[in-house]
Design a protein around this ligand. Structure first.
Ligand SMILES: O=C(O)CCC(=O)C(=O)O
Ligand SMILES: [Fe+2]
Ligand SMILES: [Zn+2]
Length: 679
């Protein structure tokens, strides 16, 4: 075999891999590559998600010609480079394809393919929600000043409110945050300020709307303030919603019920137009923060490719809407208050998984997605650490390294300040809450925690392992905890118990149900009673009864939907979570999301995830649905998968792991618990 054929073979191999990379880019990212040389290349494996730094990639690609732009989408395993001339791209393609790039500790093999247009791709990657338009510089500086001056904040009346997290003023009609609607027969004495007219006329002229709005809400946000994610009530307003941003920019987060989240930067003087899906199905909200992450303009490569922090100033928005007089008949019944009751409930529950792939799908839909969606509400119900867990944490010697695998909102991370504590959770929304509380946390699956073997003195896994849907996966979770432990290290595991009545004592989870039925008002701290349940205070009796009716027995191998606060009648089930605090509109009374509890409430949607990623979409997502509550409103219901453990089952699981001994096991308020020690 001569050198020439060897080279050809090598080339063939690179070509094959490059084709495979192109195929993956198309399949997973919608990025279309072309064999025809262009000025732009997509660099597979050269992304921030591969651990490649911008500097290293830039120096690699810059050798072949003038780089016009280098786009590195966050967390993606690829990057885009555009050269000033096609020649640069050709050279880079010839020289870098199949070559290794060292970046820090990472070594990657790059595969390059031509793309027609990066700009186009960029838009495709971070496309706006359907129906959303942003018009930059819609008003001039003069108009901005005029509009801001038109709002007189000095008078306080019905139509003006200092809400806990922003102040608002209404014109035309008052939007009522108690019922999330407007009194259509009670127009306000003050119509829309005259200063708005030229702006609205321009909207009509430009075809941004075809009706003149008759309602205006002015929201003013100081730095650090925001608006919870919400959908503007369908029955209150017509389709088009126009929102002008004045005074300062902010990032508005859009969320689809399927979990997609799209941050949209609203520059000052821009107009946001929400129509169709973006108005009816996606929630919008502004996370209360003092800084936003926004795309940065990098002069060195002249592209909007990096991210930078932007300090928030005082933003005033003018939201113009048209009152709706007929019921809404939009194409999104699952999110529509005019069309409630049309979505099927309960959803068709899944079956128990029969293979690993099914198990991961089930957990993705019925555990991960749900926690991300309910993170904020969930976190509000998790503030009191359980005494026995605290006892375990306090018994560890000072300086011990502790990892909390499945740390939730981090309620155990600060319990013993003498420990070196890190937490991880599968839900990025919960991790975000922990991070904002100042804890060391990262997103990780409990089956493969990116920490060194034998690096921890102790591990805790509180209310996590019951979310794995096969015995193998529960076992793997215990093995992973044990792997992390140093010899002699201890792990504390809690799982939910099938037996909610133990030693003739009902768990608090059950007791709270009795209280409700006796008409007693339940405490709003349900987590003290058990790990999984909703805020009982949202239930009225009729609501509870509805749940009972809705409960399906395990039929045709399908998982049963559990009735909250009743005894379990199956070990594998779906437990409903009724999302409290969701309003179809963007404000809550003080008892809601903006907790008036005396305790710190850093979780006000600090999670990037909205806790109002509420309802199923038009093809109902199996894990959540809407549940009507009296008064015509509705709460979204999510279902979490659980495997509740029978007595002895947790110990039995642990004994299958070699190199450990079970030191103690006990029942604690409806949970089975063990302390393990690695030998
Ligand atoms: O501040 C904004 O742009 C949005 C306000 C809003 O969503 C509302 O009032 O419903
Ligand atoms: Fe809104
Ligand atoms: Zn509707």
């Amino acid at each position: 075999m001569n050198a020439a054929t060897r080279r050809t073979k090598g080339d063939k191999k690179v070509l094959k891999k490059q084709q495979k990379a192109s195929h993956t880019l198309l399949k997973h990212e919608g990025i279309c590559t072309t064999s025809q040389p262009t000025k732009s290349l997509v660099v597979a494996n050269g992304g921030l998600g591969n651990g490649v730094s911008r500097e290293d990639l830039f120096s690699a690609v810059n050798q072949f010609g003038d780089v016009e732009s280098l786009l590195m989408p966050p967390q993606k395993p690829y990057a885009f480079v555009t050269y000033r001339f096609e020649d640069g791209a050709r050279k880079a393609h010839a020289q870098l394809n199949g070559k290794k790039l060292q970046s820090g500790e990472n070594s990657v093999t790059l595969y390059l393919s031509y793309v027609d247009s990066v700009k186009h791709r960029e838009e495709a990657l971070v496309g706006f929600p359907e129906g959303l338009t942003l018009v930059e510089d819609f008003v001039s500086l003069e108009e901005e000043a005029l509009l801001l001056a038109a709002v007189d904040w000095s008078m306080s009346n019905e139509a003006q409110k200092a809400l806990k997290h922003r102040r608002v003023k209404h014109y035309g009609f008052e939007f009522r945050y108690d019922n999330n609607n407007v009194d259509k027969d009670k127009p306000l004495p003050a119509g829309l300020p005259d200063e708005c007219l030229p702006v609205l006329q321009r909207c009509l002229q430009d075809g941004l709307t075809n009706v003149l709005p008759d309602q205006l809400t002015v929201n003013q946000y100081e730095s650090g303030q925001g608006i919870p994610p919400h959908v503007d009530t369908h029955s209150a307003f017509e389709d088009t919603i126009l929102s002008l941003s004045l005074g300062a920019k902010a990032v508005m987060e859009f969320r689809h019920p399927d979990g997609r989240a799209i941050p949209v930067v609203l520059p000052e003087r821009s107009l946001l137009v929400m129509k169709g899906e973006s108005r009816y199905l996606w929630t919008h909200g502004i996370t209360p923060r003092k800084f936003d992450l926004v795309p940065a303009c990098e002069p060195d490569v002249g592209s909007n490719s990096g991210l930078t922090l932007s300090k928030r100033g005082t933003r005033t928005s003018f939201t113009f809407r048209k009152i709706r007089y007929e019921p809404c008949c939009c194409a999104f019944p699952s999110a529509c208050d005019s069309q409630e009751g049309t979505s099927p409930y309960p959803p068709s529950p899944p079956s128990l998984p029969c293979c690993h792939a099914d198990a991961t799908l089930l957990e993705e839909e019925y555990v991960h997605r749900v926690y991300d969606a309910i993170a904020s509400h969930f976190s509000r119900t998790r503030h009191t650490p359980w005494p026995h867990v605290c006892h375990f944490l306090s018994s560890l010697p000072p300086g011990s390294v502790l990892v909390d695998v499945g740390c939730g909102n981090g309620k155990y991370l600060g319990v013993n300040p003498q420990l070196i504590t890190v937490g991880c959770d599968r839900s990025s929304a919960l991790v975000q809450i922990c991070a904002e509380r100042g804890f060391q946390v990262f997103v990780s699956d409990a089956l493969s925690v990116p920490l060194r073997t034998a690096s921890c003195d102790a591990c805790i896994s509180i209310a996590v392992i019951h979310h794995f849907s096969t015995l193998e996966r529960r076992l793997a979770a215990v093995r992973e905890l044990v792997r992390l432990l140093k010899p002699g290290g201890q792990a504390l595991i809690y799982v939910w118990a099938y037996e909610q009545e133990y030693n003739k004592q009902k768990s608090k989870y059950l007791k709270d149900h009795d209280k409700q039925h006796n008409g007693e008002k339940s405490k709003d701290t349900p987590e003290e009673s058990q790990e999984s349940h909703e805020e009982p205070s949202v239930f009225t009796t009729s609501h509870v009864e509805r749940d009972v009716k809705d409960t399906s027995e395990m039929t045709e191998g399908r998982l049963s939907v559990h009735t909250n606060r009743t005894a379990f009648n199956s070990q594998d089930l779906l437990v409903p979570w009724h999302l409290k605090g969701r309003k179809t509109h963007g404000e809550e009374e003080s008892s809601g999301r903006f907790s008036s509890r005396g305790e710190p409430n850093p979780d006000f949607d600090s999670s990037m995830s909205s806790d109002t990623t509420h309802s199923p979409d038009s093809k109902p997502s199996p894990s959540d649905n809407m549940c009507q509550i009296p008064g015509g409103s509705s709460v979204p219901v999510f279902h979490r998968y659980y495997h509740v453990f029978q007595q002895g089952e947790l110990e039995q699981l642990c004994t299958q792991v070699t190199g450990i001994k079970v030191q103690t096991s006990y029942h604690d308020q409806g949970n089975w618990c063990v302390v393990l020690q690695k030998e």
